[in-house]
Design a protein around this ligand. Structure first.
Ligand code: PRT
Ligand code: ZN
Length: 210
């Protein structure tokens, strides 16, 4: 039987919960931080530890059969994969935020403004839908400091507690999408029976948590 591959985040906000979920499914594996691949000893599965940015394409291209990643990454990379199961962790909202003293009051006021983000595709879609022509500036990290540095008039980023916005003199302005971790699958998966077995185990772990 062909061994399945599941890609999860190597380190970061989704790593611990992803590992915990798979262990709670009864899967036996070593969570070595240094290795990229861990075999599961009691299920025909290998775990690939990757940057979250790479997971959507690895699954789309069939390098991994399955993946655990934030919905925001799927939306942003616009990959063609199956949404198999919402996982209930890694919850957050992607918001447009503005400085506390910003003159922006309505969505239309964003017209002509510079918005810094690490999620340009999601933001562009939202702007087009709302008929706003703004200047989207891609920044790969520390987006929240860009208005204070005079680099942008607004930001579009992930918010969970709102603490980071607050400490940078920003306030939430518009909610664009909510996100949580999700199990995705390649569109042409061969081992349907194995996948179904794994999804059934995941669902029973999730149900036990309710
Ligand atoms: O190294 P790698 O590329 O794998 O990881 P990463 O650094 O790109 O991502 P990581 O680990 O930060 O986040 C992985 C996923 O967790 C994201 O894609 C989201 O789906 C989800 N998630 C949930 C979050 C947050 N909550 C979150 N709060 N991702 C990021 N944040 C950041 C946000 O960018 C902002 O800087 O936390 C800050 C805001 O937090 P609050 O609580 O101050 O509002
Ligand atoms: Zn990343």
């Amino acid at each position: 039987m062909k061994t399945l591959k599941i890609a999860i985040q190597k380190s970061g906000r989704l790593n611990e919960k992803s590992v915990e979920l798979l262990k709670n499914c009864g899967l036996n594996f070593e969570n070595y931080k240094s290795s990229l691949i861990s075999p599961v000893s009691n299920f025909p599965l290998e775990i690939l530890f990757l940057r979250d940015d790479d997971i959507p394409e690895y699954v789309q291209d069939g390098i991994a059969d399955l993946g655990i990643v934030g919905e925001n990454m799927i939306e942003e990379t616009e990959v063609d994969v199956d949404y198999l199961q919402r996982l209930g962790f890694g919850k957050c909202t992607l918001k447009i935020a503005i400085p506390n003293n910003s003159p922006v009051e309505t969505l239309a006021d964003l017209g002509g403004k510079a918005i810094a983000t690490s999620y340009p595709a999601i933001l562009e879609k939202f702007l087009v839908k709302n008929n706003i022509k703004a200047d989207v500036r891609m920044i790969s990290g520390s987006v929240e400091i860009s208005p204070g540095l005079g680099l942008s008039d607004a930001i579009f980023d992930i918010v969970s507690t709102g603490g980071t916005l607050k400490s940078n003199g920003l306030k939430p302005f518009a909610d664009v999408m909510s996100s949580e971790a999700i199990l995705i699958g390649n569109k042409n998966i061969e081992n349907k029976d194995l996948i179904e077995e794994l999804i059934a185990r995941i669902q029973s772990v999730l149900r036990a948590k309710e």
